[in-house]
Ligand binder design. Structure first.
Ligand code: ZN
Length: 114
C-alpha cells in the first residue's frame, strides 16, 4: 500500500468499523477496502488483523466450509470503544483538514471587504 504508514491507521479503523457491524474475514475486507481505493495484499492485511486481535480490539473464530478454513473477526467491546474515540478524532480532523480547504476559496474575497 502506498503511503502505508499514513494510511494504516485509517485502514485499521475501517476494519474495526465493519467488524463492529458484522463478522468479517480477510478476503472480504480486502475487497471492501479495494472499493474505497485501498489496495492491500493479504500480506499486509492479515498481520493487521492479528495485531488488532492481539491488542484486544478484535476477537476471532474459525469456520470450516468443507476443507477450507476461514477465520472470522468481530470487534470486541474495547474495539467499539476505540472506534468511538477514533471517530470523534476523525470528525475533528476532517473539520480542520478538509473544511479548511473549502474555507480558503470561500474566504478568498472576504479579506478585501474589510
Ligand atoms: Zn467500508
Amino acid at each position: 500500500m502506498e503511503h502505508h504508514d499514513l494510511l494504516a491507521g485509517l485502514v485499521r479503523l475501517h476494519v474495526l468499523h465493519h467488524a463492529a457491524e458484522h463478522e468479517i474475514y480477510g478476503q472480504w475486507m480486502i475487497d471492501e477496502l479495494a472499493h474505497h481505493g485501498y489496495r492491500l495484499s493479504p500480506g499486509t492485511l492479515y498481520p493487521m488483523l492479528h495485531s488488532l486481535e492481539r491488542k484486544g480490539y478484535l476477537t476471532s473464530r474459525e469456520e470450516f466450509q468443507g476443507s477450507t478454513r476461514r477465520r472470522l473477526y468481530r470487534a470486541t467491546d474495547l474495539g467499539r470503544q476505540g472506534l468511538a474515540v477514533a471517530k470523534r478524532q476523525l470528525r475533528e480532523l476532517a473539520g480542520e483538514a478538509i473544511d479548511d480547504e473549502t474555507c480558503i476559496s470561500k474566504n478568498g474575497g472576504r479579506e478585501s471587504d474589510r
